[in-house]
Design a protein around this ligand. Structure first.
Ligand code: SAH
Ligand code: F3S
Length: 447
């Protein structure tokens, strides 16, 4: 088959976290580099269908077969279509997916993205199922998306995988062991990004603050805080964010970095998961609420205005009414801003899956809604406090809902619309907050 003449159309569907979104951009980049592929957003006209799955919560398997069922119909019309299943469900289920969906061609894991051109080539040559889900290579980052168009904020992956094995979490099994990317590579990627306009970077990883490189020459460790200092020396990068960090590794050198690196935003997402020490123990999180509070207090000492956000899991096995009350109490105490909360979802093969769980789903839903109401009240308070203040905003473009206006993000990650000259796009400006409920956004004016 001559694949060079007409470009094959690829459709990619992505589920899950920013890590997966980023992986999908890498897939696009890798395949488009091959010149014989082009990306489309219409599955019905594509030659290759790729599903990048997530298994963190929900009934991932059912969702997968549901989606594959839809694609099976496309393949019945055009048997030449190649279907590839990637991401965490692919690693977890492997060949079992094929047993239920014999029409798929490729199963690949998050660490095999860079091999996709080869896997596709093999699949066109020989119609047998191809499975590539092993490995912990960071090779894929050689293909980090190279954006051609102007861009002002960008993700940069610094590490992958996780060794923490929280009892509820599937990630260590699907994404594998922690691996940190070479610091020189990271810096060079960021410098490249500055040439297309990037002024804010979001460092990405399952556990960014356990990032480290062992220097075999001087036996010194290059830590996450060292990376932050290195990035802060790139003059164009005026804002540094990161997701996700873990309380257990939130060492004093990182806290100190907030004193010396003004580019670090006054916003931190630090998942606590529960406000009950008993539940944190069962979750195997490796810290207590006292340790967490201590980190926040030290940070607030350096940055009194810092906003803290978190993830919460509701209805973990053994969570009593009393444990839940403790979580609510802790939410008030820390005064969390916008947070993500989820009902506990049993993940096959994890340690928590063996725990007895006798709280009804109705009760869990009830707790979740109480918690979410509380967080949104606190979030509103944070917004109210912003009214009348002057905020530093990175202007990202024309407002999505009003072409007469521009929009940008405040340090605490809120979208703010304002009337201004398009020449502000890509720059930091000072805006006074004049409304906090402007189509769910903030409204500002140039000061
Ligand atoms: N590394 C991060 C979290 C990665 S997973 C950390 O240390 O917190 C993202 C979020 O998904 C978690 O913070 C947790 O709140 C949620 N999550 C993970 N597994 C879950 C499960 N089995 N059920 C419900 N929520 C889960
Ligand atoms: Fe999951 Fe815990 Fe790691 S939540 S990603 S096992 S830190």
């Amino acid at each position: 088959m001559n694949t060079n003449k007409i470009k094959k159309k690829i459709y990619i569907k992505t589920w899950g976290c920013q890590m997966n979104e980023h992986d999908s951009s890498i897939i696009k980049n890798i395949l488009q580099k091959e010149k014989k592929y082009t990306v489309t957003n219409k599955p019905e006209i594509s030659n290759i269908l790729i599903l990048n799955t997530c298994s963190i919560r929900e009934k991932a398997q059912e969702k997968l077969f549901h989606q594959l069922g839809r694609w099976k119909k496309l393949k019945q019309k055009n048997p030449d279509i190649i279907i590839a299943v990637g991401g965490c469900v692919a690693t977890q289920e492997g060949k079992k997916i094929y047993k239920r969906a014999k029409f798929i061609n490729i199963i690949f894991g998050p660490q095999s993205l860079h091999k996709l051109p080869k896997l596709l080539y093999q699949s066109y040559k020989n119609k047998n199922l191809i499975i590539d889900i092993k490995g912990k290579s960071l090779k894929k980052f050689d293909y980090s998306p190279q954006k051609q168009t102007k861009k002002f904020t960008s993700f940069v992956t610094i590490m992958e995988g996780c060794n923490k094995y929280c009892s509820f979490c599937i990630v260590p099994y699907t994404r594998g062991k922690e691996v940190s990317r070479d610091n020189k590579e990271i810096i060079s990627e960021i410098k490249k990004l500055t040439t297309i306009g990037v002024r804010e970077i979001i460092l990405l990883g399952q556990n960014v603050n356990s990032y480290h490189i062992n220097n075999t020459l001087n036996k010194k460790k290059y830590r996450f805080s060292d990376l932050l200092y290195s990035i802060s020396e790139i003059p164009e990068i005026q804002r540094i964010r990161y997701i996700t960090s873990h309380p257990k590794d939130f060492s004093d050198d990182i806290i100190q970095a907030y004193k010396y690196i003004p580019q670090l935003t006054n916003f931190l997402h630090l998942p606590v998961q529960s406000g009950s020490n008993k539940i944190l123990r069962l979750m195997k999180r490796g810290y207590t609420i006292e340790v967490y509070e201590n980190i926040i207090n030290k940070l607030k000492h350096i940055r009194p205005k810092i906003n803290i956000s978190s993830d919460f899991i509701i209805g973990f096995p053994g969570e009593t009414e009393d444990d839940f009350e403790k979580t609510l109490h802790f939410i008030s105490k820390i005064n969390f801003d916008t947070s993500y909360s989820f009902i506990y979802s049993k993940r096959p093969g994890t340690r928590a899956a063996k725990l007895i769980d006798n709280t009804s789903i109705e009760e869990k839903k009830n707790r979740l809604s109480i918690l979410q109401k509380k967080i949104s009240q606190q979030s509103l308070q944070w917004r109210r406090r912003m009214l009348g203040t002057t905020q530093s905003v990175l202007v990202e473009g024309i407002a999505k809902n009003n072409i007469q206006e521009l929009y940008g993000r405040t340090e605490n990650n809120r979208i703010i619309n304002f009337e201004g000259n398009p020449k502000f796009i890509g720059k930091f400006i000072k805006l006074k907050v004049i409304d906090i409920n402007y189509n769910t956004y903030l409204k500002g004016e140039v000061t």
